[in-house]
Design a protein around this ligand. Structure first.
Ligand code: NAI
Ligand code: A1CAB
Length: 282
């Protein structure tokens, strides 16, 4: 093992834990034997070891004690117990990166008894390096550590540094949760196509290319979305008819209210003992 390379411990090796470790390995940032992935499920650890060559652990402390960087990637409802268990088992100069929705820097620092914390919010497209992560450091994170954070989070796609922690609950609602809105929209369009009478395969192809082509077009034209929508909307035509019904049904307001609700839920998840049932070991 090359002792000049930082050792990274993931506490929680579910969907996002795997996204991070696979990105680090894919980008050649961390050798697989420097990644320690901890979680209660032995089968999951073995699966990740076989797929990537990382070192699995069932004992969070044993992984964290060896790590220069500790990444917290458990569900918010598990966090209190995990932090309590890790307290006193973190190297004094270790950097902690949390991706846990809602959990504030202050909460993590107090419960862990450690001040060098980064709070971040990635999203699932990070699994293919196409995600976006917003992050905020505590005051004791130094410039060298910020570089490390950029590299680690950069393995998931784009990263945005912010100075105000409140942006993290906002990012959780907009970009962290964002893929769920996009997939719901895709699903609704495909089902509408099937309702019209298209075979599902054709409906999926039409929707996927329409959505990805529109996103690419928007990216390239750099025009306001309303201007691009107007290009589609002929007087007395089909788009005007469809948009009339969407607006009448409260499309925009529903989206805005949903994102506010997600923002408020992120704030609630940061409180002690957040509600929400978890299955064993999830
Ligand atoms: N899924 C998403 O879209 C995003 C999730 N997040 C945050 O990432 C965190 C993890 O979420 P997911 O990866 O989606 O969840 P997940 O359920 O896929 O992964 C959680 C992992 O933690 C493990 N675990 C359970 N108890 C544990 C313990 N005591 N110690 C160590 N590991 C334990 C579970 O076995 C599981 O593998 C959450 O806090 C979530 O808020 C952040 C951004 C996006
Ligand atoms: O649903 C959740 O709580 C997580 C946080 C960001 C995306 N999913």
């Amino acid at each position: 093992m090359d002792t000049t390379q930082p050792t990274i411990a993931l506490i929680g090796h579910g969907i996002m834990g795997e996204a991070i470790l696979s990105g680090l390995i894919r980008d050649g940032l961390t050798p697989a034997d420097h990644i320690l992935a901890a979680g209660p499920r032995v089968d999951r650890g073995e699966e990740l070891r076989d797929r990537y060559g990382i070192r699995p652990f069932t004992d969070n402390r044993a992984a964290a004690e060896q790590a220069d960087v500790v990444i917290l990637s458990v569900k918010p409802q598990r966090l209190d117990r995990v932090l309590e268990n890790l307290r006193g088992h973190i190297q004094p100069d270790a950097l902690i990166i949390s991706i846990v929705a809602g959990a504030s820097i202050e909460k993590i620092a107090t419960q862990l008894g450690h001040s060098c914390i980064v709070r971040s919010m990635p999203n699932t497209p990070g699994q293919i390096g196409e995600g976006i992560t917003v992050w905020v450091p505590s005051p004791s994170v130094n410039e060298e550590q910020k570089k490390t954070v950029r590299q680690i989070l950069g393995a998931l796609g784009q990263e945005i540094f912010v100075e105000e922690e409140n942006y993290l609950d906002m990012a959780t609602a907009l970009s962290g949760t964002g893929p769920a809105y996009v997939f719901l929209f895709l699903e609704a369009l495909i089902d509408a196509g099937v309702h019209l009478g298209f075979p599902r395969r054709i409906a999926e192809q039409l929707v996927l290319q329409t959505v990805s082509g529109s996103v690419d077009y928007y990216r390239r034209k750099k025009a306001h979305p309303a201007a691009l929508r107007n290009e589609v909307t002929s007087p007395g035509g089909t788009s005007a008819e469809a948009i009339y019904y969407l607006e009448k049904a409260g499309f925009r307001t529903a989206i805005s209210r949903a994102i506010w609700a997600a923002y408020e839920r992120s704030q609630e998840l940061g409180k002690d003992k957040p509600t929400g049932q978890l299955k064993e070991n999830s």
